[in-house]
Design a protein around this ligand. Sequence first.
Ligand code: SF4
Length: 495
Amino acid sequence: MSDEIKTSQQLWTGNFYNEGIGSHDGLFDKLREECGVFGVFGHPESASLSYYGLHALQHRGQESAGICVANGESFSYYRNMGLVKEVFNNDNLTTLVGPSAIGHVRYSTSGESKLANAQPLVFKYRGGDLAIATNGNLHNAGEVKKELESQGSIFQTTSDTEVIAHLIARSKHDDIVLAVKEALLKVEGAYAFLFQTKDKLIAARDPHGLRPFVMGRLGNAYLFASETCAFDAVGGTYYRDVEPGELLVLDMSTNVLVEDRFSPIKQRAICAMEYIYFARPDSDIDEINIHSARKRMGRQLALESFVDADVVTGVPDSSISAAIGFAEQTGIPYELGLIKNRYTGRTFIQPSQELREQGVKMKLSAVRSIVAGKRVVMIDDSIVRGTTSLRIVNLLREAGATEVHVRISSPPFKNPCFYGIDTPDRKELIAAQKSIEEIRQAINADSLHFLSHDGLLNAIGRPNGEFNRGHCTACFDNRYPTKITDEAEVGCGCD
Ligand code: SF4
């Protein structure tokens, strides 16, 4: 197998410090979504559409971006480290010509260059070229990899995606669709996969539906994305969610969508954290709008933990919807008590440890005239290690808040994720180590409440009838929808 990287740009040397974008960054004590995927089939401008689609999914990954285009005979592709707008320009986009494209954004780290792992990964196998882009994690990838290595396979990356590629390459089936199905049955985990050959595009979602994956239309073209916001960005419309265990196939010879399955649906378990924090507020998952779900979480939180106060404020950006809901339910006015500096990004100046400690001030300011002399309710979506919460509470106090009551629009985050979310070890999760009263003291809040588990499920609003109403809430309740054998394999299969 070869994975030639077609890039003339200088590789990222890792000598800059990534402040990140949005609230998904290194300074904030937040979980990180690992990746986003976007696909187009049947449109002559597939590369440009992918550019805009990936741009809309940038919050799901800021380390690298890539697009691979097929024209019926061959591939052209480009990928590099950086944000979508940094990686692509007119020159390289115009070299990507063809009606089918798959694209990928990967999450941000401040460590070494990992260009070799930037997706889409492109392989040669006996059937020709194969490109793969994925969001998620295969938690038995280590096991499968060992088995393949014992049979002679040589791996070039540390990515789970390469494991799938080897399984496809070793399949007894010449038909790529059968080979993909066979490979998917050997892996376990959470994923949205896009596979591309010179004339086919195949989309597959894990049998639990853990990671979001949607299909859209743009004229006669088909679109695929991690989130619906990417369809809006390209003028497309949502068509439906890719069902758990489903395999959708498009072939240039027919241009007809073939709806197939590689697995029956297993216990549906959509990641609840997508609704709480990861997804963009303008996206819908399983036809539930994220902003509306977050507002309901805020309302529910108010019902569960009312406190008399003067203003409600949300930690930008992901907690603002919940803060609006809390304010609506209580009648306490919502105010912009915290403002985010939107113009942080990459800096080539590595901050000193002292400045890094102060880093939150580069990103957030408390609005003194709003909070001074006031009892403030501060809504946040989650507490991971607790370090950021302490800094933000202190920001509000320094700006003159007389009381700071912290309300969290999710249950205590106690368990690591094995399904494609970058989470610290259990021992670093403050809620796994401390009682709620101890956390309150650690973050210097006057009071602290977390949304209840039932309150969360009610607020998201999927109908009853399935276990856990069709959600994964394992990071709150330790009930993983799949068997987890190796706790060491936390995180992202894209790594
Ligand atoms: S463990 Fe948590 S973050 Fe991971 S998929 Fe489940 S709900 Fe999402």
